[in-house]
Design a protein around this ligand. Structure first.
Ligand SMILES: NC(=O)c1ccc[n+]([C@@H]2O[C@H](COP(=O)([O-])OP(=O)(O)OC[C@H]3O[C@@H](n4cnc5c(N)ncnc54)[C@H](OP(=O)(O)O)[C@@H]3O)[C@@H](O)[C@H]2O)c1
Length: 285
């Protein structure tokens, strides 16, 4: 039995799908099981991984744990200890490509994500472990630009030439499934990116090509872009760390690790594939 935390989210949902389709016994954890909307046949249990006291029965009969850092929050180590007490033998943690950078420079920490702690909990667990370190998710472009694209043909933002190697969540989930089901990745910290570094300008043009509209990225000065984000309610600490990341990494192409292809034995999904899979989210009709 594989216990999946973060099961209703961006990565957890395709992970549950893959494991269920492959015939594995899966138990999904959600704070609100009635809204989980997972495939029929998947067991969904109520629990909040950031409050391990709500998770005591969730581990009954579980042998592996997918540890989701946003879901576990500050309590990853306690959650993993509880898993071990209940007989879990393997933990696959999701972390992030940037977790060795100074903590204050990691934008997601300012939103409460504890990616480094998830990896540390897995490594220190005494269990079989794998840590997945994804770079930028392709879905981040939907969060950043979806509203502007649904409203018009121009995306205004900073640093048009900044590059990302966007990772399709289905590839990340497929690697996580491999880590859970085979011994291939045991004891590894795996750096995962998409197959291609693209500028923000190229990403917006790609969305336009797929949805059939002449979309353009219009660069605005970083300080103005930052101000706008803060005015829209995004935390100032997050925005400052994000802008600092752009300024710091502006020069070169984003790293492409090639791990998805190596691990899965097939080409990684491209950003264009991802846009095609999510085209409806950029349309208004
Ligand atoms: N976006 C990127 O580019 C990127 C890159 C690398 C790493 N990451 C990391 O990946 C993680 C995000 O993954 P994701 O997009 O799959 O997450 P997500 O979809 O936002 O959340 C996954 C699930 O976790 C549960 N959850 C969310 N917030 C919670 C909280 N405060 N307490 C308890 N449970 C909570 C929710 O399930 P229920 O409501 O059903 O309980 C949710 O469906 C973060 O740690 C992020 O830093 C992101």
């Amino acid at each position: 039995m594989i216990l999946i935390t973060g099961a209703t989210g961006t990565v957890g949902r395709p992970l549950v799908d893959i494991l269920h389709t492959e015939g594995s016994q899966v138990r999904a954890v959600s704070r609100t099981p009635s809204e989980a909307g997972l495939p029929a046949g998947v067991e969904v249990v109520e629990g909040d991984p950031s409050r391990p006291d709500t998770m005591t029965t969730a581990f009954d009969g579980a042998t592996s744990l997918f540890l989701h850092p946003r879901a576990a929050g500050e309590r990853a180590a306690e959650l993993v200890a509880l898993a071990r007490e209940h007989g879990v033998r393997r933990v696959v943690a999701m972390a992030a490509l940037n977790i060795d950078e100074p903590l204050a420079d990691q934008p997601s920490r300012h939103r409460g994500d504890r990616n480094k702690e998830a990896e540390e909990a897995a490594v220190a667990s005494g269990l079989e472990w794998v840590s997945l370190r994804p770079g930028t998710f392709a879905v981040s472009s939907l969060h950043a630009w979806g509203g502007q694209i649904r409203a018009g043909d121009v995306v205004r933002g900073p640093y048009a030439s900044f590059t990302e190697a966007p990772l399709h969540e289905r590839d990340l989930a497929a690697v996580a499934a491999r880590a859970l089901l085979s011994d291939d990745l045991l004891g590894r910290r795996v750096d995962l990116t998409g197959p291609q570094a693209l500028t923000q300008e190229e990403m917006v043009a790609c969305i336009g090509e797929v949805v059939g509209r002449p979309l353009q990225y219009q660069e605005v000065p970083a300080d103005l872009a930052a101000k706008g984000m803060v005015q829209r309610g995004i935390s100032e600490a997050f925005v400052l760390a994000l802008m600092a990341r752009y300024a710091r990494d502006l020069g070169g192409p984003a790293p492409v690790t090639g791990e998805v292809e190596k691990i899965l034995g097939r080409p990684a999904l491209t950003y264009r594939d991802w846009v095609a899979d999510h085209a409806a989210a950029f349309r208004t009709d």
